[in-house]
Design a protein around this ligand. Structure first.
Ligand SMILES: CC(=O)N[C@H]1[C@@H](OP(=O)(O)OP(=O)(O)OC[C@H]2O[C@@H](n3ccc(=O)[nH]c3=O)[C@H](O)[C@@H]2O)O[C@H](CO)[C@@H](O)[C@@H]1O[C@H](C)C(=O)N[C@@H](C)C(=O)N[C@H](CCC(=O)N[C@@H](CCC[C@@H](N)C(=O)O)C(=O)O)C(=O)O
Ligand code: ATP
Ligand SMILES: C[C@@H](N)C(=O)N[C@H](C)C(=O)O
Length: 459
């Protein structure tokens, strides 16, 4: 993490005022939450939706913060304390991250895409960790606040930083990539996430491709080669970057062969390689995420024959195709972190393909932020559920009712239930599950369907 004196900090963020007796105070690390202060931190207050973080500056310093920033338009800066007054605390945080990044020797891998950023980040970091000192985005800290905080948390001897770059509107990825300056980038896919803000998949593709604007010279672009919106935009790319693709079809640099899905994860081979890979993550879509990560790892010199060593200890961030056991011995795939039509269909495809269960149940919640076509998106998810492999569909939420409507076109009526109350859904669900049941739980973050998983685990 960043370690500087206040004098050095002031210079990095181009603030010119007399720090007096505080000039040589040393800070280590940065936090934006006084409840998470670690000794020596720089505390950066933000005016939030609930409160103004400036209320907590003195508390932060009492708790062990070494210094704090203070936004100029907030009255009564505690000038008797080690505080640097700035125009805008968020912009100061971002500039500090930009300057700190430029001092480091670290190579950056930037990862964006509609789905799979966090999972691919975890896999990429695991593979690179075979040979390098690696740090990565923690959790989902992937935006204009989270990415700068991640950069400020980098150690000076970190060799590769794997950074997730999220967005929900045009220009956000460009900002992040020009701050992080990656040597390699991954674009996982173009789905429907944040369609409400972008308006079309074409504009989503344009927004994701902003990531190449910050790419270092002779960098690497890895992208989903089966996605025409990416292929068409990159085939005439006039930069000096190398391009590699991954996907299901044989025109890609890497594509999977002999895929097998079991409770322990995904087993697959890859074209041109004589090995079988054992990925402890469910779903063909996660195999594709792994292929993207493998291409980047190979670019940094990790031998393909060593990659299973990383996969064997891989732990991906929770609530992404996380297989757990419920109180009745049933197996539950907790895929409740978020959902869009592409990720919902990918998860359903996985459940449909798994064998060894007497019955399979889908518990599906609303998919949010899809824009004016949201009801037809939900309806088509329901239409595509295979009633010869799925025994029950339980939906949760108003939009979930459209999934049910689409399913009722070909499901027996008593096998499709819609709910607006989680407790009622749980009561009815418990009536049909047993130790030979597999349940998929998936919905947007706002639906908090992990609460259903937690209740099933406690029963
Ligand atoms: C600025 C901030 O920290 N916001 C977080 C805060 O939100 P809120 O405005 O309600 O803050 P408060 O009003 O409660 O407090 C104001 C500040 O005061 C601090 N404070 C408060 C109390 C106290 O006792 N001491 C204090 O110091 C406090 O820390 C505030 O700084 O709280 C919310 C709930 O916890 C947080 O969710 C909110 O975090 C915002 C969203 C944020 O961006 N945090 C980043 C660190 C981050 O990366 N978060 C990720 C999620 C990022 C994300 O959603 N990414 C999108 C893609 C990008 C979309 C982009 N357009 C965008 O705008 O996000 C995605 O789809 O993945 C994470 O948390 O996982
Ligand atoms: N390549 C993929 N194609 C389709 N769905 C995917 C893919 N990778 C992951 N998913 C699904 O998307 C969901 C989110 O996964 P993950 O958190 O890795 O994506 P993300 O892009 O980081 O999400 P966010 O945009 O919220 O940060 C998971 O439920 C997972 O099942
Ligand atoms: C939480 C955010 N990353 C996200 O994915 N939002 C969509 C709407 C979801 O939760 O599905």
């Amino acid at each position: 993490m960043i370690k500087k004196t206040m004098k050095q900090l002031a210079k990095m963020i181009q603030v010119d005022h007399d720090l007096e007796q505080f000039a040589n105070i040393e800070i280590s690390g940065v936090t934006i939450d006084s409840r998470k202060i670690e000794k020596g931190n720089l505390f950066v207050p933000f005016k939030g939706e609930q409160v103004d973080g400036h209320l907590y500056v003195e508390e932060a310093l009492e708790k062990g913060a070494a210094a704090a920033l203070w936004q100029k338009d907030v009255p009564n800066p505690p000038v008797h304390l080690p505080v640097i007054v700035v125009e805008n605390t968020l912009e100061a945080l971002q500039e500090l991250a930009r300057q700190y990044r430029s001092e480091l020797d670290v190579k950056v891998v930037g990862i964006t895409g509609s789905n799979g950023k966090t999972t691919t980040k975890d896999i990429t970091a695991s593979l690179l960790g075979l040979q390098y000192k690696v740090q990565k985005t923690e959790g989902n800290f992937n935006n204009h606040i989270g990415l700068p905080l991640t950069i400020l948390g980098l150690e000076e001897d970190t060799e590769i930083a794997v950074l997730e770059m999220g967005m929900s509107s045009v220009g956000e990825i460009e900002f992040l990539t020009k701050l992080a300056r990656p040597s390699a980038v991954i674009i996982t896919n173009i789905g429907e996430a944040h369609l409400q803000d972008l308006g079309s998949r074409e504009r989503i593709a344009d927004a994701k491709l902003e990531i190449v604007k910050g790419l270092m010279e002779n960098g690497l672009i890895v992208y989903h080669g089966d996605e025409p919106l990416l292929f068409e935009r990159l085939k005439n790319f006039d930069g000096d970057a190398k391009q590699s693709t991954f996907g299901r079809f044989d025109y890609n640099t890497l594509y999977p062969l002999d895929i097998r899905q079991t409770d322990t994860g995904s087993h697959f081979k890859v074209n041109s390689l004589p090995y079988e890979f054992e990925l402890p993550v469910l779903g063909t879509h996660n195999i594709l995420n792994a292929l993207a990560a493998m291409l980047v790892a190979h670019y940094f010199g990790i031998p393909y024959e060593k990659m299973n060593d990383a996969f064997s200890t891989l732990k991906v961030t929770n609530m992404r195709m996380e297989l757990v056991e419920g109180g009745c011995g049933e197996k539950i795939i907790n895929d409740a972190y978020n959902a869009s039509p592409t990720s919902m269909k990918a998860a359903i495809e996985l459940v449909t393909s798994l064998s060894g269960y007497e019955q399979k149940i889908l518990v599906l919640g609303d998919m949010l932020e899809l824009g004016p076509e949201e009801t037809s998106f939900h309806y088509s998810v329901g239409q595509e559920i295979d009633s010869s492999h799925i025994d029950y569909l339980f939906t949760y939420g108003k939009l979930g009712e459209y999934i049910a409507k689409g399913a009722r076109e070909h499901f027996p009526a008593n096998r499709v239930r819609s709910f607006l109350d989680k407790e009622l859904l749980l009561q009815e669900l418990k009536k049909v599950i047993n130790a030979q049941t597999l349940i998929l739980v998936k919905g947007s973050r706002g639906m908090k369907l992990e609460e259903i998983v937690q209740k099933l685990q406690k029963q």
